[in-house]
Write a protein that binds this ligand. Structure first.
Ligand code: DHB
Ligand code: MG
Length: 222
């Protein structure tokens, strides 16, 4: 095989998404309304949303923490993975995004299991100390703060908690040790923390999907 061309890898992503993810009115409406409201189109790709959903089910998650709600596309995927009584706590810094997210989770029929906390992650996370330990944490916010979010994921989880970090490929830039981009440096510091901090055991996969060339790190708390 030659290296994948953009046309070829897009066709493969479409094939997997059409075949294994399919179409869902509430998820597609969530993206449509997010776009109309002018939110950035940086929600996870459909194949990645389903990956989050499957990881939550594999982990038997009841309590999920998401850092970075945006329009709740990934939140809906996660909420649908939970048993009755399960809950997603999701943190969103932008009140206008949180309003779109609230409408989207309600329309998707999971509003009763989604708790949207408005504020910056670094401010909201310390307030979650009294919550039941989280079984899965999805980190998908400002990349500059990834090490702060990983630290809170370790504090608010338990041995066996699954931790997922979105966007760790950054179009290939993560492999550039000279990068001065703050998002890239934040991502690199997070990857190094996953290596060095004994609370984590981790790997990362690069992804080529509807959102382009990026990656996802997956860790378990020790
Ligand atoms: C960006 C952030 C994301 O969470 C994402 O999935 C894609 C892009 C960004 O800030 O550019
Ligand atoms: Mg993301």
């Amino acid at each position: 095989m030659t290296d994948p061309t953009p046309d070829a890898w897009r066709a493969v992503d479409r094939y997997f998404a059409d075949t294994l993810v399919g179409h869902d009115p509430a998820l597609e409406a969530a993206v449509a309304d997010q776009n109309v409201a002018g939110l950035p189109a940086i929600e996870v790709a459909p194949v990645n949303g389903k990956l989050l959903h499957l990881l939550a089910r594999i982990a038997g998650a009841r309590h999920v923490l998401e850092i970075g709600t945006l329009g709740a596309y990934s939140t809906i995927w996660l909420a649908r993975a939970l048993p009755d009584g399960g809950r997603v706590v999701t943190i969103e810094a932008e009140p206008a995004h949180a309003a779109v997210a609230r409408a989207n989770v309600d329309r998707a029929g999971v509003g009763d299991r989604v708790d949207i906390r408005i504020g910056r992650g670094a401010d909201v996370l310390p307030t979650l100390d009294g919550e039941p330990a989280f079984d899965l944490v999805f980190i998908d916010a400002d990349k500059q703060s990834n090490t702060i979010y990983l630290d809170w994921a370790a504090r608010l989880g338990h041995p066996g908690t699954v931790v997922v970090v979105d966007n760790v490929g950054r179009g290939g830039a993560v492999a550039d040790p000279q990068s001065t981009r703050s998002d890239v440096v934040g991502t690199q510091r997070g990857i190094e923390m996953l290596r060095d901090d004994p609370r984590f055991d981790a790997t990362a996969l690069q992804t080529l999907d509807a959102k382009g060339w990026d990656g996802v790190a997956i860790a378990v708390l020790t």
